[in-house]
Write a protein that binds this ligand. Structure first.
Ligand code: COA
Length: 468
C-alpha cells in the first residue's frame, strides 16, 4: 500500500489552495470545516490575493509555506489546477485533494491527465478531481464542504457522487449513523476504490465499508482487493447505472463507464461484496455491521407482539435466503412462563398484542440470553397497552446491565411518533432499530449472508494458495 494514502486520513498539516475570504464560497467553507470540526494539525490557507483568512496567515503558494505540508486541498478553477499541483508537489506534499470540477466529466480529459502526470513526477497522490472532500472522524478531519458535525462511528462511506454524497452526510447526522470516514472520489483520476479499500481494511476504526459506485477503472484489481478485504470486514455496494438509461446518466456525471449490470453482479458475487438494492438498504446494513457482533450460529429467533410483522419478516428473510429454524426447546419453556396461553411459540414467537412493556422486554431478553440462540430479531408494534419509549428505556438499561450484546439484536419498532423517539434512542445506544419490519429483516439477513460469504471466500483463497 502507498504510504502517501495514509496522509489522506492522518495528515500532520494541511494547505488549502483557493481558501477564500468570502463565506459561502467553497474555499472558505472547507477551511472553516477543517478548523471548526477540531482538526489538531497545522492549517495553512493559500491565496495570493489575501493576507489573512479566518484568523490564519495566508500564503501566496504552498512552496512559500516553508514548513512540511502533508495534504493539499485544491479549490481553484480547473485551469489553475496543474500549476497548483506542480507547486504542491515541488513543496513535498504527499497527497492532493482536488475539489475543482471541469475535467473528464465534461470531456476535459487532457487537463485531468496533465494534473495526474504532474503529481506523479513528485510521487504525490490525487483524490478527485470533482469531489467534495474527505472526512476522517478519528483525526477530527472534515476537509469537505459538506455538513460539519459528522457523528463518529464505524462506517467508511466512499461515494462517487458529490452532491448525493453531501446530502447523505447530512442524513447520517439526522439518522444517528456514525462514520469513520466519508470519501468523495469523483473522477478517480488516481486514487480509486481499490486503493481506499486496501487502507480501510487495516483501519481499526472502520468496521464496514459502504460504496456508492458508478463505475470502476480497473475491474480486475477491484475484485482482487475486495475479495481480500471481505475476509476482514464487510463491503456493501450500491451500484448506480444499473439500467441502460442509468448507465448513460453515469457517463455524463463522473465520466465513468457504468458497465454491464450482469458483469457487475457476477464480480460482486465472486469477490463477496454485498450488493444493496438502494441507498437506504446500504445504510441500514452498514449501521448494523458497524455496531453489532456477527451471528453466533444459525438459530435466529424472531420475537414479535404482532403476527403480521412476523409474517413480513419471515417473507423477507426467505427472500434473502434465510429460513427460520424451530426455536430451541429450552427457550420455549422459558417464554411459555412469560406470555398469554394463546401466544404462538413457533418462530417467529408471537407474544401477542396484549403483552405489557415489561412482558415484551422480558421475552426479548430471555431469547437473547439463551445460549443456543445465535441472533435475535425483535419486531414491536405500538399498541395502546404499551409505550415504545418505555420499552426502549427498559431494554437499554437491561442490556447495559448485561455488559452489552454478545450476539446481534436487530429491532423493528413500528408505530407513531413515540416509536420514532424510541428508534432514535435505541440507535444512539447502538441497537440498530428500523421503522419497518422488512428493513430489520433484510438487515439481519445481511449479517447472516456476510458470515456465509466470508467463509466461502476464505475457503476459496486457502484452496488457491495450496495449489502447486
Ligand atoms: N492560488 C490560490 N488561490 C487563488 C489562486 C491561486 N493561484 N488564484 C485565485 N485564488 C483565490 C481567489 O482569489 C479566491 O479567493 P477570494 O474569494 O478570497 O478572492 C479563491 O482562490 C477561489 O478562487 P475563485 O476564482 O473565486 O474560484 P471559485 O471559488 O469561484 O471556484 C471552484 C473555485 C474550485 C470551487 C470551482 O472552480 C469549481 O470547480 N466548482 C465546482 C466544485 C464542485 O462542485 N466539485 C464537486 C463537488 S461534488
Amino acid at each position: 500500500m502507498d504510504t502517501n494514502i495514509k496522509c489522506l486520513f492522518n495528515p500532520k498539516s494541511i494547505a488549502v489552495v483557493g481558501a477564500s475570504r468570502t463565506p459561502g464560497k467553497i474555499g472558505y467553507e472547507i477551511l472553516s470545516n477543517i478548523l471548526g470540526y477540531g482538526y489538531g494539525g497545522k492549517v495553512y490557507p493559500v491565496n495570493p490575493n489575501a493576507t489573512e483568512i479566518l484568523g490564519l496567515r495566508c500564503y501566496p503558494s504552498v512552496s512559500a509555506i516553508k514548513e512540511e505540508v502533508d495534504m493539499v486541498i485544491i479549490s481553484v478553477p480547473a485551469k489553475l489546477v496543474p500549476e497548483a499541483i506542480e507547486d504542491a508537489g515541488n513543496a513535498g506534499a504527499k497527497v492532493a485533494v482536488v475539489i475543482s470540477s471541469g475535467f473528464k466529466e465534461v470531456g476535459n480529459k487532457d487537463l485531468e491527465d496533465e494534473v495526474v502526470m504532474r503529481a506523479r513526477k513528485y510521487g504525490m497522490r490525487i483524490l478527485g478531481p470533482n469531489i467534495f472532500g474527505i472526512v476522517y472522524t478519528p483525526t477530527r478531519l472534515n476537509a469537505s464542504f459538506g455538513p460539519r458535525n459528522v457523528i463518529p462511528g464505524g462506517i467508511a462511506f466512499i461515494t462517487q457522487s458529490g452532491a448525493l454524497g453531501i446530502a447523505l452526510m447530512g442524513m447520517t447526522i439526522v439518522e444517528r449513523i456514525g462514520v469513520s470516514s466519508i470519501i468523495s472520489v469523483g473522477n478517480k483520476s488516481d486514487i480509486d476504490d481499490a486503493d481506499l479499500l486496501e487502507y480501510l481494511a487495516e483501519d481499526p476504526h472502520t468496521k464496514v465499508i459502504l460504496i456508492y459506485l458508478e463505475g470502476v477503472n480497473d475491474g480486475r484489481r477491484f475484485i482482487k482487493v475486495a475479495s481480500e478485504v471481505i475476509t476482514k470486514k464487510p463491503i456493501v455496494v450500491v451500484k448506480a447505472g444499473r439500467t441502460e438509461v442509468g448507465a448513460k446518466a453515469v457517463a455524463s456525471h463522473t465520466g465513468s463507464l457504468a458497465g454491464n449490470v450482469v458483469v457487475y453482479s457476477v464480480a460482486f458475487k465472486q469477490s463477496g461484496i454485498l450488493p444493496a438494492h438502494n441507498v437506504e438498504e446500504a445504510f441500514d446494513w452498514s449501521r448494523a455491521f458497524s455496531c453489532l457482533p456477527l451471528p453466533k450460529n444459525q438459530n435466529l429467533v424472531v420475537v414479535t407482539n404482532g403476527g403480521g410483522a412476523g409474517v413480513l419478516i419471515t417473507d423477507t428473510l426467505a427472500e434473502y435466503g434465510i429460513n427460520l429454524p424451530s426455536p430451541p426447546k429450552s427457550l420455549m419453556d422459558d417464554i411459555r412462563k412469560l406470555v398469554p396461553p394463546f401466544a404462538s411459540l413457533a418462530n417467529p414467537i408471537d407474544v401477542t398484542g396484549m403483552i405489557s412493556n415489561e412482558g415484551y422486554v422480558n421475552a426479548l431478553l430471555k431469547t437473547l440470553e439463551n445460549p443456543e440462540v445465535g441472533a435475535v430479531l425483535g419486531a414491536y408494534c405500538q399498541t395502546a397497552v404499551t409505550d415504545p419509549t418505555i420499552i426502549a428505556g427498559l431494554l437499554i438499561s437491561r442490556i447495559r446491565e448485561m455488559g452489552g450484546l454478545n450476539k446481534p439484536l436487530v429491532l423493528a419498532f413500528i408505530g407513531g411518533e413515540e416509536t420514532y423517539m424510541a428508534i432514535r434512542r435505541l440507535n444512539d445506544f447502538g441497537i440498530p432499530t428500523y421503522p419497518m419490519p422488512e428493513r430489520a429483516a433484510a438487515t439481519m439477513a445481511a449479517l447472516y449472508n456476510y458470515v456465509k460469504i466470508r467463509e466461502g471466500v476464505i475457503t476459496r483463497i486457502s484452496k488457491l494458495s495450496k495449489k502447486p
